[in-house]
Design a protein around this ligand. Structure first.
Ligand SMILES: NC(=O)c1ccc[n+]([C@@H]2O[C@H](COP(=O)([O-])OP(=O)(O)OC[C@H]3O[C@@H](n4cnc5c(N)ncnc54)[C@H](O)[C@@H]3O)[C@@H](O)[C@H]2O)c1
Ligand SMILES: O=c1ccn([C@@H]2O[C@H](COP(=O)(O)OP(=O)(O)O[C@H]3O[C@H](CO)[C@@H](O)[C@H](O)[C@H]3O)[C@@H](O)[C@H]2O)c(=O)[nH]1
Length: 456
């Protein structure tokens, strides 16, 4: 099939490359000149495991092309929209990239096409787009919702092994045609109306975010009662009705999806006169989790002013160079406000982070270099290379009190303590000889947080 994909981001580029590997003729349209130049030069604009090989093969055999012109998709049977839908500061979803792309298609369409929405859009949006924009085209354009569930870091794997493929649409033939596009993927295809498909995407992300905030609440309580979140989460997750995934306590969720999609769904609820209280609490708990890390550092270091803190891990999760809504960056900004000197390192995300971090943040060339002279270490991303550090060497490099705040519960606590450092995880029991004690939030930090999605 001839396929066009609009937007060469994490979703669009993975879709384009994988579809070209499945034997389709794919053109990927990207309006960002810098990204396009890289792609046309045979380079990927971001890191994603396994993507480079598929991309290079597609370009090599001539089935994967790149263009800046929406006109390049005119002879495609299927046009997939995979442009960004970031959040505005008030949580509202910014749909301007979609309108930009779809308006051009409507203006230029010459023969009937399937318009497939892979971007995450609010429930109700597709029907609206059909009625107000697609109907203006001179030829029939059939709209299908086809939300994407891949995760960054495992996007290629997730493309080939999804739990399900969701297609929303009211025209059977069109739905069947899109389902055929995924014929080589062994996953159930679930069909429904457009609005329901749009809701599946938000509901799935909101539920996963809820699991994370829930386990973070339990972790915070564990600290207060002296329980350990690791066996607690493991045993709770062994109940098949609950499931063991997304029960890792830590600094809270980040990334380009959960923060914006939870706030987006909350906004949709409010617009419909419904107070989605559970979701509001999920967002609030997530925001508070970052502040808790700051309070722990303050509680353990005495005063933060003039202290040096090493932050290891800047990406919003391991396996990606994406720093959008990264908890690490939020915490760094909170620490800078308190006069802390910061040294950072991330195996993949240094270049992206340097574009956002203020110049006073020291970017180290490696883990050990970042640790030099630091009073405290905060591990904000669970990169495997941080877990196997030589803790004797770390102790030599750091200055007292040599606090290790394990924001992802990914470090060997016993070994760290044995080497004479002070260890504190999230929801881990406080050992009197090693810990300065648990931190109880003062009233001022228990007030509700607003939606803080500002850097999408
Ligand atoms: N990132 C993920 O893991 C993920 C997973 C599932 C769903 N989603 C959803 O998919 C959508 C895309 O996410 P992403 O992370 O790939 O976004 P992204 O910001 O990485 O990429 C979007 C790309 O679209 C390009 N673009 C915008 N308007 C264009 C136009 N008119 N013509 C050509 N190119 C255009 C942008 O320049 C950008 O490169 C969002 O709605 C997101 O919520 C993302
Ligand atoms: O137990 C957990 C699991 C995840 N996280 C954090 O949650 C965030 C998101 O992680 P993950 O879901 O793995 O990454 P994303 O690439 O953002 O993927 C999510 O968002 C995508 C965009 O909508 C969806 O397609 C995916 O299904 C959904 O998992 C990261 O900051 C993680 O550190 C936790 O704190 N604890």
């Amino acid at each position: 099939m001839r396929i066009a994909v609009i937007g060469a981001g994490y979703v669009g580029l993975v879709a384009a490359a994988c579809l070209s590997r499945s034997g389709h003729e794919v053109v990927c349209i990207e309006k960002d000149e810098g990204k396009l130049a890289e792609l046309q030069d045979g380079r990927l604009p971001f890191y994603e495991a396994g993507l480079a090989e598929i991309f290079t093969a597609g370009v090599g055999k001539g089935s994967l092309h790149f263009s800046s012109e929406v006109a390049a998709c005119l002879d495609a049977e299927v046009v997939m929209i995979a442009v960004g839908t970031p959040a505005r500061p008030d949580g509202r979803i910014d749909l301007s990239q979609i309108y930009g792309a779809v308006s051009r298609i409507v203006e230029q369409a010459r023969f009937p096409q399937l318009i497939v929405m892979k971007s995450t859009v609010p429930p109700g949006f597709g029907e609206n787009l059909k009625a107000r924009l697609l109907s203006r085209a001179g030829v029939p354009l059939t709209y299908l919702a086809n939300p994407e569930f891949l995760r960054e870091g495992s996007a290629v794997r997730d493309w080939y092994y999804p739990d399900r493929i969701v297609i929303g649409g009211d025209q059977e033939l069109a739905v069947a045609k899109l389902a055929r596009l995924y014929a080589d993927i062994d996953a159930p295809v679930v069909t429904m109306d457009v609005g329901s498909a749009e809701m599946v995407k938000y509901a799935a992300n909101a539920f996963l975010a809820t699991k994370i905030s829930f386990i973070n609440e339990i972790a915070n309580l564990c600290e207060l009662v002296g329980a350990d979140i690791l066996p607690v989460a493991r045993a709770v997750g062994m109940d098949r009705r609950i499931g063991g995934e997304f029960l890792q306590a830590g600094l809270g969720y980040g990334g380009s999806c959960f923060p914006k999609d939870t706030c987006g769904l909350d906004f949709v609820s409010t617009c419909n006169g419904y107070a989605f209280n559970l979701l509001k609490a999920v967002i609030e708990v997530n925001n508070r989790q970052r502040v808790l890390a700051l309070r722990k550092l303050r509680g353990m270091l005495g005063t933060l002013h003039d202290k040096t803190v090493c932050v290891l891990g800047l990406a919003f999760k391991p396996g990606t160079d994406d720093i959008r809504e990264s908890p690490a960056l939020d915490i760094i900004n909170l620490l800078l406000d308190e006069g802390v000197k910061i040294r950072v390192y991330d195996p993949l995300a240094m270049k992206n982070a340097q574009r956002l971090l203020p110049p006073e943040v020291y970017s180290a060339s490696g883990t050990m270099a970042a640790l030099e002279g630091c009073h405290a270490l905060l591990v904000a991303t669970a990169w495997p290379e941080f877990t196997g550090l030589d803790w004797t060497a770390v102790k030599e490099l750091m200055r007292p009190p040599r606090l290790v705040l394990d924001g992802r519960n990914c470090l060997p606590a016993e070994e760290i303590i044995k080497n004479g450092l002070v260890y504190q995880g999230v929801g881990r029991p406080a050992k009197p000889e090693n810990q300065p004690g648990n931190i109880i939030l003062p009233k001022s930090d228990r007030t509700p947080f607003r939606c803080q999605v500002t850097r999408c």
